[in-house]
Ligand binder design. Structure first.
Ligand code: ATP
Length: 371
């Protein structure tokens, strides 16, 4: 295993708009720096097109880097051939060789390195049980299910005892249940081989459940790098706050209003006012507009003695284990999720309360967190 270090890495694809004769692509990866621990499991997470795959391909050496440095262990790998980087790769498209058996597919890279047939067999005997592919070894890829192909793909990636394992959406072709199974297997595999692992995914559940730390990207730039709990509890900006969590965090524009009853965040697009938590009193001022973030599980409906804000229910949904209650805010909704079994109907007046210590504030202009 080895540390992975990215230092100020940039990638610009040389795409040209032929008519306008100018580059049409801004930076695909913009000043990306990251340092992992030995053996750490890292998730790279972000929306489509944010530069996840490009970053992984640069680490693998499949894509030149425009600027910056990449280290695997002590070795600067900018100019090192992919096959000499000590990496194992499992990319989205399985790319198994159809005419070869599973055994020969897994053995392929070792054969290319002139490893003896005996040693290859020993290696396959070692890893086949880890990935539960023992029964598949004589089969051709065409006969395999999606999940089986993904396992063979992983077996092929780890057979060379890589220092660094790179996975790009390794479960993207699988249905929900199969993904869950493979996720657990991936966790077990990581514990067993203890190899520094980078997984690229746009599935936050996958990243949150697998990774020790998550790098969240947007428009080629790293937004935040932290443990799943850190990025969930302390998002550094509005993008991360809205991206992590399902259903997403409510984020609304509010205006600070001082009344004889105290200082409130008054929703700009709804008749809802929430007392400003004490910790924000020093950083807000009368009339200031901010973006207020509250997770659906941090909103509550108070009892008859509640000092919460008056609000009318717009939508009530029973989701089995929990209830989802929505309040109209302009053209959007403020969503509350609760395990409370009480039923409501549209138009019911309620007292809306907020867990004050769970609120987040963001700058209206920059989206940066205000603490
Ligand atoms: P997805 O989740 O959809 O796979 P991603 O986060 O992995 O997206 P990338 O594939 O890394 O994103 O793409 C980042 C940006 O670089 C995008 O704007 C994409 O259009 C552009 N890009 C990617 N590959 C190339 C290429 N070979 N030539 C030109 N532009 C590219």
């Amino acid at each position: 295993m080895a540390k992975l270090i990215l230092k100020n890495v940039f990638k610009r694809y040389e795409n040209k708009d032929k008519k306008k004769k100018k580059a049409v692509n801004p930076l695909a990866v913009n000043n990306f720096s990251l340092e992992t621990e030995d053996g750490e499991f890292i998730g790279i997470l972000g929306p489509s097109g944010c530069g996840k795959t490009t970053s992984l391909r640069m680490i693998a050496g499949l894509e030149d880097i425009t600027d910056g440095e990449i280290y695997i262990g002590d070795m600067k790998v900018n100019d090192v051939d992919p096959k000499d980087r000590g990496i194992g790769l499992a990319f989205e498209d399985y790319a198994l060789y159809p005419p070869l058996s599973v055994y020969d597919n897994i053995a392929f890279n070792l054969k290319a390195k002139n490893v003896s047939a005996d040693d290859i067999k020993k290696e396959i005997d070692r890893i086949a049980p880890m990935l539960k592919v023992e029964e598949l070894l004589e089969m051709r890829p065409a006969k395999l299910s999606g999940g089986q192909k993904q396992r063979v793909n992983l077996a092929r990636a780890i057979i060379r005892k890589p220092k660094l394992l790179l996975l790009d959406e390794p479960m993207s072709h699988l249905d929900g249940k199969m993904r869950q199974v493979l996720r657990i297997e991936l966790q077990r595999l990581h514990k067993e081989i203890k190899c520094t692992t980078i997984i690229v995914t746009h599935d936050q559940l996958e990243a949150m459940s697998l990774a020790d730390r998550i790098a969240i990207m947007k428009d080629g730039e790293l937004q935040q790098f932290g443990t799943p709990l850190e990025v969930y509890d302390n998002p550094v900006n509005e993008f991360v706050a809205g991206f992590i969590g399902e259903p997403p965090m409510n984020i609304n524009t509010v205006k600070v209003e001082k009344t004889d009853k105290g200082t409130f965040f008054k929703f700009v697009d709804a008749d809802i006012a929430i007392p400003v938590p004490d910790r924000y009193l020093p950083v807000v001022s009368e009339g200031m507009k901010v973006r207020l973030g509250v997770r659906p599980t941090d909103l509550m409906i108070g009892d008859e003695n509640s000092k919460g804000s008056d609000a009318k229910i717009s939508v009530f949904e029973n989701l089995g284990e929990e209830r989802k209650i929505s309040f109209r805010v302009g053209t959007e909704f403020l969503t509350l999720v609760t395990p409370d079994e009480k039923r409501y109907k549209q138009g019911d007046p309620v007292k809306l309360e907020v867990k004050a210590d769970k609120t987040h504030l963001f700058d209206v202009e920059t989206g940066e967190v205000i603490r």
